[in-house]
Design a protein around this ligand. Structure first.
Ligand SMILES: [Zn+2]
Ligand SMILES: [Zn+2]
Length: 322
C-alpha cells in the first residue's frame, strides 16, 4: 500500500470562506467592508459569492489576502415560490481553458432560471463549467434536496457539508449525509464548510460569520495555487477543530488534530472505528486505523468539546493499492 500525505503538518495551510454575500446581492455590507471583516478574523482568502452576480475583485488582493472570483447561481426551482430552489457555488478555475468566455466583474445572470424538467440542474452545472468554473452543490440539507440528486447530477466538484448561516438561523446546516451518498455511489467529490454570511455584524454574541471554513494546503497564496489544491482535495473543512496532519503510512491512516472529544473514521462500508474519550475523559489529539483493501473510501471527522467538527476529505483506497 502506498504512503501518501494528505495534510502535512510542515506545510502552510490557508484559511478561507468560499460562500458569503455583500451589497452586490442581499448582504448588508459592501465588498470592501466584508474583506476587512475577514482579514480581522485572520482569514487568508474569501470568495465573494453574491446571488446571480459575478465578482472578480483583484483590487482587494494583497500579499497575505486574496479574493477568488465567483458567484452563487440559483433561482432554479421546480415548484416556483414553494422552496428556495437549487443553489450552486461557482468558483473561477484558472487551470482550465474554457469553451465559452469567462464571466466578468458584476456580470448579472437572468433569474429565475427556467425549469425545463429534471435535466435543469445539469444544464446549469454544464453551463457554469463551460465558462471555466468549478461548481459546488450548496446547502443540500437546508434546501431538502433529494439524496438521488447527488447521484443523478454530475460535474460538481464538492458538496457544501456545513453552512454556518443556516445553522445559525435554522439549525439546518449539515450536509455530510448527502456527501456520503455521493461517495457511496462512486462520486469523487469533496466536502466544503462555509459561512454563507450576509450581515457580518462583529458585535453579535452568536456570530453569523467566521463559523465554517476551509484550510487549503497550497504552494502559494494565489488563485491558481488555491484552486489547484481545492480540485485535488488538499484541504479540510471545519467549524472549529484543526486537522494538523493526515497521512497514509505503513497501511494505516493516521490523523493529528487539535484537542477533540471524538475522532471518527468513516470507512465505507465498514463504518468505523469511531474513537471517543469515554474512558479517560482526556482530549484526543491523534488516532490511526488499519486500512483494509476492500474499503472504498475513508474520511475522518474530529469533534471538539463544543460539538464543532473538522471534516477531512476522503482517502480513496483504490488509489493506495499497488
Ligand atoms: Zn444559497
Ligand atoms: Zn448564499
Amino acid at each position: 500500500m502506498k504512503n501518501i500525505i494528505l495534510i502535512d503538518r510542515d506545510q502552510p495551510a490557508y484559511k478561507g470562506n468560499l460562500h458569503l454575500h455583500t451589497t452586490w446581492s442581499d448582504g448588508r455590507l459592501p465588498a470592501a467592508d466584508v474583506v476587512e471583516a475577514f482579514k480581522a478574523k485572520g482569514y487568508h482568502f474569501i470568495s465573494i459569492s453574491d446571488h446571480d452576480v459575478y465578482a472578480r475583485t483583484d483590487e482587494f488582493d494583497t500579499a497575505d489576502f486574496i479574493t477568488l472570483p465567483g458567484t452563487e447561481r440559483g433561482e432554479l426551482n421546480p415548484v416556483p415560490d414553494k422552496n428556495p430552489g437549487y443553489h450552486f457555488g461557482v468558483l473561477d478555475d484558472p487551470t482550465v481553458e474554457p469553451e465559452l468566455p469567462r464571466y466578468g466583474h458584476l456580470e448579472q445572470f437572468p433569474t429565475p432560471v427556467p425549469w425545463v424538467g429534471e435535466a435543469s440542474p445539469q444544464l446549469l452545472i454544464d453551463e457554469l463549467r463551460a465558462h471555466g468554473n468549478l461548481v459546488v452543490f450548496n446547502h443540500p440539507e437546508w434546501h431538502l434536496t433529494r439524496f438521488d440528486d447527488m447521484v443523478k447530477y454530475d460535474g460538481f466538484f464538492a458538496v457544501e457539508i456545513y453552512n454556518h448561516s443556516t445553522e445559525w438561523s435554522a439549525a439546518s446546516s449539515y450536509g455530510a449525509a448527502y456527501w456520503d451518498h455521493a461517495l457511496q455511489n462512486g462520486k469523487r467529490v469533496f466536502g466544503i464548510a462555509s459561512d454563507d454570511s450576509h450581515t457580518h455584524e462583529p458585535d453579535w454574541k452568536i456570530p453569523e460569520y467566521g463559523g465554517g471554513w476551509v484550510r487549503v494546503q497550497a504552494e502559494a497564496l494565489t488563485q491558481t495555487g488555491l484552486i489547484r489544491s481545492l480540485k485535488a482535495g488538499r484541504f479540510y473543512s471545519s467549524s472549529g477543530p484543526e486537522v494538523r496532519d493526515l497521512r497514509v503510512e505503513d497501511g494505516e491512516l493516521k490523523i493529528a488534530c487539535s484537542p477533540c472529544k471524538f475522532i471518527m473514521f468513516k470507512a465505507f462500508p465498514q463504518r468505523g472505528p469511531f474513537i471517543g474519550n469515554f474512558a479517560s475523559g482526556k482530549p484526543l489529539t491523534e488516532a490511526s486505523m488499519v486500512i483494509e483493501p476492500d474499503m472504498t473510501y475513508i474520511r475522518v471527522e474530529c469533534v471538539d468539546f463544543e460539538g464543532n467538527v473538522a471534516w477531512t476529505n476522503p482517502v480513496f483506497v483504490a488509489d493506495l493499492l499497488d
